[in-house]
Design a protein around this ligand. Structure first.
Ligand SMILES: Nc1ncnc2c1ncn2[C@@H]1O[C@H](COP(=O)(O)OP(=O)(O)O)[C@@H](O)[C@H]1O
Ligand SMILES: [Mg+2]
Length: 260
């Protein structure tokens, strides 16, 4: 089982959209079973898949161990072969508690994915993290093996890369397995600032950068209004094509037997 965390200290860079597109490609095109975990108290991912989940088990229950003992009783099947462990506002309460007493639940998501892995049903787990280090995002970084770091191409992001590399190093102190699958340039479009920024980023070699970029297209925000993955909303849009190529870059050509 592979485990990825979408991470960036900044918000609005495409963590949630990337989680949705990769989950869609893995389930619909690669025939995989995927678990998405919404670690963000804003609950964008949870509301995208399940508008009405208020009484269900959430990441906060898993973190506090007030969850069901069988992992599947805590998740929802939101699409064929796609499970969701939703977020809730309770995550903010956990952040407050962590500030006061330390993060007592730091290994909870690691323990949860280990149990999921034992059952051998789920092929890929995707953690959608909030911006910055919160109780849940820290737990996700301990649970994940690989990081996907979406960024927008501007001067602040380029300046922030050295800081990002340092942060990855400090995350490795709590999770030595953690490696960066790649920095993902999102909302790419043809303009001097973006192209120069991309060139600089690739030359810096601070962190690995995916070859594939994701182009900017209005189809992405449009698709969030109708709560459809952009792949379903507009299969031929630039972002859909780019995410398909990105999936190939991350998971490789998928052999006939379907193993990753
Ligand atoms: N390739 C893209 N082209 C155009 N807009 C995009 C693209 N990717 C993401 N967006 C938009 O950017 C905003 C932030 O994306 P989101 O995934 O919510 O970021 P994050 O989870 O990092 O906060 C959303 O409004 C989304 O529709
Ligand atoms: Mg998000």
């Amino acid at each position: 089982m592979k485990t990825f965390a979408m991470m960036n200290m900044k918000g609005g860079v495409g963590k949630t959209v990337t989680t949705i597109q990769l989950a869609t490609i893995l389930t619909n095109q690669y025939g995989k079973t995927v678990l998405v975990v919404d670690c963000d108290g804003q609950c964008n991912l949870s509301r995208f898949y399940a508008a009405d989940y208020i009484d269900d088990m959430t990441v906060a229950n898993v973190m506090e161990r007030s969850c069901e003992s069988y992992w599947k009783d805590n998740v929802q099947l939101v699409r064929p072969n796609l499970y969701l462990l939703p977020a809730s506002r309770d995550l903010y309460r956990l952040d407050l508690a962590a500030m006061q007493n330390g993060n007592a639940h730091i290994n909870a998501l690691r323990n949860f994915v280990e149990v999921v892995a034992e059952d051998q049903e789920v092929d890929v787990v995707l953690f959608d993290c909030p911006p910055g280090f919160t109780a849940a995002s820290t737990a996700a970084l301990i649970a994940a093996d690989e990081l996907i770091i979406p960024i927008l191409m501007d001067g602040f992001s380029i300046e922030g890369m050295a800081e990002m590399a340092l942060q990855v190093e400090s995350m490795r102190q709590v999770n030595p397995r953690l490696k960066v699958a790649g920095v993902l340039i999102n909302q790419w479009h043809r303009c001097q600032a973006v192209e120069q920024g991309e060139k600089l980023l690739r030359e810096m070699r601070l962190l690995p950068v995916f070859r594939q970029v994701i182009r900017r297209t209005d189809k992405v925000p449009e698709s969030t209004f109708v709560k459809q993955p952009v792949m379903d909303y507009s299969y031929r849009s630039a972002a859909s094509q780019d995410y398909r190529l990105l999936a190939q870059e991350i998971f490789g050509e998928v052999p006939d037997n379907g193993s990753l």
